[in-house]
Design a protein around this ligand. Sequence first.
Ligand code: M6R
Length: 612
Amino acid sequence: MCGIVGYIGPRSAVPIIVESLRRLEYRGYDSAGVAVLDEGACKVVKSVGKINNLAELLDQEPLEVKIGIGHTRWATHGRPSTRNAHPHTGNSGKLAVVHNGIIENYVELRERLTAAGANFTSDTDTEVIAHLLEEKLTNGAGGDMLEALRLASREMHGAYAVAVVSESCPDRLHVVRKESPLVLGLGQGEVYIASDITAVLPYTKTVMVLEDGDVGVLTVDGVSITGLDGRAIDRKVLEVEWDVGAAEKGGYDHYMIKEIHEIPDAIRHTMRGRVTPEGLLNITELNLSADEIRDLKRIYIVACGTSYYAGVVGKYLFERLLRIPTEVDVASEFRYRDPVFEPNSLMIVISQSGETADTLAALREAQRHNVKVLAIVNVIGSSMYRDADAVFPTLAGPEICVASTKAYVTQLVCEYLLAFHFARLRGQMADAEVNRLVAEMLAVPAKVQQILAQEDDYKTLAKNFLESQDFFFLGRGLDAAVSLEGALKLKEISYIHAESYAAGELKHGPLALMWDDVPVFVTATQTDLYEKTVSNIKEVKARRADVLALVRESNVDIAQHVDWVIKVPDADNLVMPFLTIIPPYLLTYWLSFALDREIDQPRNLAKSVTVE
Ligand code: M6R
């Protein structure tokens, strides 16, 4: 996820900015840049790739300055390139901005500003901020940057943390925040800006965390915060006790649990820009024509590991909502099974990294047969992002733990939004039904937060399984699809053997393994399949296995049949997967924690599998 830094004070700003950017490297990035005021003149230096590339450029022409901003970019709008790297400037080149977040209405703003004479030089949403500020400075704000920021903020929809350096006010930096994190580090006669505390920790432990709607003016004399309405705000100053390692993990012990806690925001980000603030589905970014979507006869979903399991959910969804036969394949098998490619087909590849060798090979195989490929990827600029015919990125932010969690959930978000979009275009869902399901999805982040708030229960629950050698997962319908991912996560991190079966398969083999104390995690939230799943629970209990049941909050009768009950908030059957995956994630984490496993880097596994 993009990182913002900045400095104003008596010391040399460039080394501080570069060092602060390095501290944000763990967030992931594909380009970096700085903007400073050098004897009053705005200068921008940026480059693609690692911060070392930027540092080398800065070394070639050292800048001895006391004020500046910097940025690491994780591409969302426009590929990784120098022109898309931040900071961005307006026509005059006299002010520069760095931005973290998404300006949802940037297309409209860009059109309006272009018509008014703005000359855009990048593909980013961020550049509109620079042009908008230039416009406001001369038209409405009377040259006052603080007022220009307020006026611009009123026109920008979405999430943003922004820092600005400008020739018009050489003794100050400006910042504004809405829904994207921004902290200020407070030193003696100096102020630091950063997206998170990590970047300022080497310099100061005194910080101020900005909140939505805060606009800040930063000078060597200190910080002044006001609201968008101009009213003064007194934000708390905190003393942080974290060391740098803890700060990168946001205070958590591992990236895995940090990333699980990021799921609500990851869902929000992935929906943002695809659902209007009024809750209406609005997908305009797909490089597939309405006719191509209407004519679709078959969908192939191809992926590996967790992404494949997201594809299994997709199969249920596409077949149910679109009535299009949908095959879902493990990528390593796909091309070797000599698949039959039919006309009017679409391949959907799903990948967090966008680099998985088998999935890439499947993409190429489809293209060789003239089948279009749509990629659901998390890493913008990755091989799949570049090579697919259409892309629909997940906006989960970088995932650092080898085990995928927030990426899986956002892969589901993309599949759901695509299914609604396709179904509407094909006349299979009325607007009212699409709106109802989108509303259900908009309610998901708060429900996930409700589950996360009960995290302590999972710490306690995990203690029951410290000696377990095997774990079984059962479910029906969408519950079965999600159980596959639950079992993968458990085996991957805890090293406990875990298998997932469709509950209806029990009698066809696995029932032989149900005996004393074998833990069985049964998910039973699909209301139409509930009675049948309860019958399976009884079969398992009759063999003296231990059952942990995951049910809806409204379920009052399950407790009599099982050993432990976990509840998740009620929701439409279709959106239940967003909720039912959280308990297996939490149980996996706390069980692996108790077993002292290498949680973020489990043995023998890699984050990106770029070989067959
Ligand atoms: O980057 P991808 O999504 O293509 O990776 C696919 C799998 O390697 C990945 O999901 C793997 O199964 C994870 N370790 C699961 O947590």
